[in-house]
Design a binder for this molecule. Structure first.
Ligand SMILES: CCCCC/C=C\C/C=C\C=C\CC(=O)SCCNC(=O)CCNC(=O)[C@H](O)C(C)(C)COP(=O)(O)OP(=O)(O)OC[C@H]1O[C@@H](n2cnc3c(N)ncnc32)[C@H](O)[C@@H]1OP(=O)(O)O
Length: 300
């Protein structure tokens, strides 16, 4: 019997009315999926669950860069909840179906020129995503097949294990400072838990985006593999972790993560207010607009 880490995650988020057909298996033409495979999908995420191994693969499919918009975060949380409640699912591999990008992090458009109410709703969704993934009973592995700045890196850090594809063009890190914004305390805590205080402090203050070998060296990713080996390696890692009795692994995970999770849950409302006040400042809005301009110019 799985042990519930946080039996009923402090949900807030789910949208008024549910526009998508979420919760229904995708209507696959017969024969496309093996009998032991179930799938569900929405606009931004595809999930395939292999019921024989108990492992689901979640693929982000929101081009061009899998940015974490409010819609994306909502769909992400709904799919996590669905898997968490499915007794057939014990492990989760998170990866991208968009070439060269795992996730570009929070959608900057959600943080520019919107109302305070919108910022609060958006930030609550970001928190919810992190709470659900960080407290998940499932074994979670990030199969990072592209660049993964800021919120994208946070998703990877929140998993139990990170495997990244070796590619000289890919980068990963919490680069918030480069945008003139500040990684909140629970991003920082998650990062510190993975790489240690000194490495995290330097990386956060400088807003560093690390190459894949460097990310491996500092412990930000656990393993580096060629692209063609990624899925096989991720499956092997999940199988290794799932070989342990669920209750022992889950209680250990809960114990290791409790302090960080409790700290966040205790300061959740305050954190939303901090975010809203911070992001509403004219100077921060200007920094974000300039950053978006810079991204667009880089292309031309
Ligand atoms: C003291 C109290 C503190 C309280 C807390 C306060 C604040 C905390 C606040 C926020 C925390 C935020 C965390 C974040 O996640 S912020 C987001 C940071 N993300 C980035 O910096 C990534 C930017 N993107 C890239 O570097 C590249 O796009 C990437 C390497 C991912 C891919 O490169 P590629 O060359 O393939 O693609 P591009 O041509 O650059 O992009 C295509 C297209 O997509 C747009 N875009 C990219 N990233 C984002 C994004 N994060 N949000 C929105 N849009 C994005 C890009 O502008 C291009 O658009 P277009 O030109 O085609 O229209």
């Amino acid at each position: 019997m799985p042990v519930s880490l946080y039996a009923s995650p402090p949900g807030v988020l789910f949208p008024r009315g549910s526009p998508q057909e979420w919760g229904q298996a995708a209507r696959q033409p017969p024969g496309l999926l093996p009998a032991q495979c179930r799938a569900f999908s929405n606009n931004k995420i595809l999930v395939e669950l292999d019921t024989s191994s108990g492992v689901a693969t979640m693929k982000f499919k929101s081009p061009p860069v899998n940015s974490l918009s409010l819609d994306f975060l909502t769909e992400f949380c709904i799919s996590l909840e669905k898997l968490e409640n499915d007794r057939a699912c014990r492990g989760l591999i998170i990866t991208s179906a968009v070439p060269r990008v795992f996730s570009s992090g929070l959608d900057i458009n959600e943080m520019c020129g919107k109302s305070r109410e919108h910022y609060a709703e958006f930030w609550r969704a970001v928190q919810e995503m992190w709470i659900r993934l960080y407290s998940s009973n499932m074994v979670t592995v990030a199969a990072i097949n592209g660049s993964s700045p800021a919120g994208g890196c946070l998703i990877a850090l929140t998993c139990d294990y990170r495997i990244m594809v070796e590619n000289p063009k890919y980068i990963i890190g919490l680069n918030e400072a480069q945008l003139g914004i500040v990684a909140p305390f629970w991003f920082k805590d998650t990062f510190v838990k993975a790489v240690g205080h000194r490495v995290a402090e330097r990386s956060l203050q400088l807003g560093l985006l690390h190459s894949v070998p460097e990310a491996h060296r500092i412990g930000l990713v656990d393993e580096v593999v060629p692209e063609e080996k990624l899925q096989e390696k991720a499956a092997a890692v999940v199988a290794q972790w799932l070989a342990l009795p669920d209750h022992a692994r889950q209680l250990t995970k809960s114990m290791m993560r409790k302090a960080v999770l409790d700290h966040m849950l205790a300061h959740r409302e305050e954190d939303i207010q901090n975010f809203v006040n911070f992001i509403s400042k004219d100077s921060i809005q200007k920094s974000l607009s300039m950053y978006m301009e810079m991204l667009k110019k880089k292309k031309s």
